[in-house]
Ligand binder design. Structure first.
Ligand code: NAG
Ligand code: NAG
Ligand code: NAG
Ligand code: NAG
Ligand code: NAG
Ligand code: NAG
Ligand code: NAG
Length: 615
């Protein structure tokens, strides 16, 4: 009694765990600022799916964040809040979502302390002397820390008045500011050096709405007594530029001289580049070429030419990129017993050092084949480590999250995914592979099938490989339970022949498809049907019943053979001597009858292939 209770309990528990919906976690959305300001609160959000609902953690520089006065996080909702953030709170942050089936990781993202420091106070008034008509380049000196990168501007101020009254200098044909913040007066005029006026460099950045001003610089322009104009010359150029794939890149050429020339841009193939509203933008009086959305083919030399061809500059554009995915992890819902392959492959931009070996992680921990083998997992790594195979996946062992990382000289890429394992589609009961129609009122086409609790089976029927929609009145069909009864009394006898043939039911959900196929045929010889309609729904008992039925059938057959032989002998004793024992046995074997019938039926099938079911 006790044992029986125990077995029952074990069975119930087994059924209980087997029936649950399982889904490893996957982070679907992370929101965190790139920059933060001292004294402000910083909020980050992380969302994930998974069953059961995942819980969250955050890591900073690889270390799990614990709750404290300044760090607050909600393991259920996934958000992290830093109160009154300080410089120290900067770092690489990562969200982690975990449930009993695995651990999903977000990409590591930096949180950067935004700053815009003041220029160090420099009381020395710098002076640049220049002859009228020549150019002068005024450096922006002692540039303070700025995160993100500084944006430069220049100001003109009258000595003695407040800095806030300084007026901004606008770039025009004769005034340029380069990418390093240097102010270029391309063709000085006497009025550029008003007594009592100084130039000031200012910087700001995208995270700040204040401008900090540098030390004062004076420019004195001497009158040019010579008549000849000064020669055109290159003042500044971005000689070597590195562009990241997908990002814009800025090329600059600044020429100075008495006459400020127009500038033309050429690609390495000699094509003139002009603003096309898509890829190329020639701006700032021709001094700047912006290439949008850089691609590998943009790598090469660019030429900027002052229109009178007196001066030119060559600019090399080096297009680089963190590893570029060629194949990456895609989350999978596999069926028990499947072999599952995950790929993780990337390349570097053309002409650059190759990517590192793929690093694999399972639930966030570096893959250790030995340890996995100890846990019974059959994991194989291909020789170049770009793919792993998990063999014969099991629902209780192999549901997991899986990650990979690849690096090169520019950066690294990371991908997170999961392997979920589903219970397969199981057929509990189905019609036999051949149904001999023997004038029964009801022919049972029912198929009872089950699958993973997270999936529903979609059933599609085919008759002789044509789609069959069982809407006719003689079909009683339930697409949910799979009950399918064919009431033959509702079909005119002359139409029945057209309904004999090959029936297929395609049972499927997005991750598995199973076909159940059987043949319905008439038995004109009125031989005893060998395959009777299987109406035993209990799969545990059905195998026993089947064996018993086979034994009974064999016994009955043997008995029948004996009876027939005896009768035959009594009625026609001579025949016994005429027919060899072997031949006789052959003749009387019912399988032989089936075979001949099948042959005949096959030929009729091929003839009737296009026959429509009677309406
Ligand atoms: C920052 O968070 C603290 C504590 O949660 C709160 O008291 C304070 O009002 C918040 N400050 C801002 C600017 O939201
Ligand atoms: C450029 O701007 C400066 C100062 O704003 C002005 O003096 C100069 O005439 C301008 N030059 C051209 C070519 O417009
Ligand atoms: C900016 O400064 C860098 C480093 O000093 C220099 O290599 C580059 O040529 C400068 N660019 C321009 C446009 O002056
Ligand atoms: C382009 O930049 C990358 C990354 O900095 C470097 O490895 C590579 O050698 C550069 N290529 C050329 C042609 O300078
Ligand atoms: C299942 O049967 C349908 C209809 O005959 C056929 O199109 C399909 O290819 C079959 N699928 C499999 C997996 O055998
Ligand atoms: C299908 O088979 C299962 C398992 O034997 C059984 O529990 C269920 O009641 C059956 N469903 C139908 C519709 O017959
Ligand atoms: C089959 O159809 C006949 C005729 O309409 C009806 O009398 C009979 O009850 C049906 N059989 C079943 C099992 O539904």
């Amino acid at each position: 009694m006790y044992l029986r209770m125990k077995i029952l309990c074990a069975l119930l528990c087994y059924v209980g765990t087997q029936a649950e919906v399982r889904l490893p976690p996957t982070i679907t959305h992370v929101e965190q600022p790139q920059y933060f300001h001292g004294g402000k609160n910083v909020s980050m959000f992380c969302e994930a799916s998974g069953i059961p609902k995942p819980r969250f953690m955050w890591k900073r520089n690889g270390i799990v964040i614990t709750k404290n006065e300044f760090m607050e996080f909600d393991p259920v909702l996934g958000n992290l809040k830093i109160s009154n953030a300080i410089h120290r709170n900067g770092g690489d942050y990562q969200c982690i979502a975990e449930n009993k089936w695995g651990t999903s990781m977000s990409n590591v993202a930096p949180l950067v302390y935004a700053r815009l420091d003041s220029f160090s106070v420099d009381m020395n008034l710098q002076t640049y002397n220049v002859i009228e008509g020549e150019s002068v380049s005024v450096k922006c000196d002692n540039i303070p820390e700025s995160r993100p990168d500084p944006i430069f501007s220049w100001y003109l101020k009258t000595i003695g008045i407040d800095q806030s009254d300084a007026s901004q200098i606008k770039e025009n044909e004769s005034i340029a500011i380069d990418v390093n913040g240097t102010l270029h007066l391309l063709n000085t005029k006497l009025k550029d050096s008003q007594p009592g006026q100084v130039y000031l460099c200012g910087i700001t950045n995208k995270e700040h709405d204040t401008i900090v001003l540098g030390s004062e610089t004076r420019i004195t322009v001497e009158k040019n007594t010579q008549v000849s104009s000064t020669k055109l010359k290159l003042l500044a150029a971005t000689h070597e530029v590195t562009g990241l794939i997908g990002k814009p890149v800025v090329l600059q050429c600044i020429f100075g001289g008495s006459s400020v020339p127009g500038i033309k841009w050429y690609s390495s193939s000699g094509v003139e580049l002009v603003t096309d509203g898509m890829k190329y933008y020639v701006e700032k009086f021709g001094r700047q070429l912006t290439i949008q959305n850089v691609v590998e083919a943009d790598e090469g030399s660019y030429l900027c030419v002052a229109s009178n061809r007196e001066a030119r500059a060559n600019i090399k554009l080096n297009v680089t990129s963190p590893p570029i995915w060629t194949q990456t992890i895609v989350s999978r819902h596999a069926v028990e017993g499947d072999d599952v392959i995950f790929n993780c492959k990337a390349r570097s931009a053309i002409g650059e050092r190759p990517v590192s070996m793929t690093e694999w992680y399972i639930n966030g921990e570096a893959l250790n084949l030995l340890k996995e083998a100890e846990n019974g997992r059959q994991i194989e790594l291909n020789p170049d480590q770009t793919s792993i195979t998990i063999k014969g996946v099991s629902r209780d062992r192999d549901i997991m999250c899986i990650q990979c990382r690849l690096s090169n000289s520019v950066g690294s890429v990371f991908k997170d995914g999961f392997l979920n394992v589903l219970k397969p589609i199981k057929i509990w009961s189905r019609p036999p592979s051949t149904i001999i129609y023997n004038q029964e009122e009801i022919v049972d086409f029912s198929i009872n099938a089950s699958t993973d609790p997270s999936r529903t089976i979609d059933r599609k029927w085919f008759f002789n490989n044509n789609v069959l929609v069982p809407h006719q009145s003689y079909f009683e069909y339930d697409s949910v339970t799979g009950t399918f009864l064919f009431n033959t009394t509702l079909v005119k006898p002359e139409n029945l022949e057209a309904m004999m043939g090959l029936y297929t039911c395609q049972l499927s959900h997005p991750d598995q498809t199973v076909n159940v196929t059987f043949t319905l045929k008439t038995n004109e010889n009125s031989a005893p049907p060998v395959d009777t309609l299987d109406s035993t729904p209990d799969p545990v008992k059905s195998s026993n019943i089947y064996i018993i039925a086979v034994i009974c059938g064999v016994l009955i057959l043997v008995l029948a053979v004996v009876v027939i032989l005896v009768l035959w002998k009594q009625r026609n004793p001579k025949a016994v001597y005429n027919v060899g024992a072997q031949e006789k046995n052959y003749n009387l074997t019912p399988i032989d009858e089936l075979e001949t019938e099948e042959l005949r039926n096959d030929t009729s099938n091929s003839l009737d292939e296009i026959i429509e079911l009677p309406a």
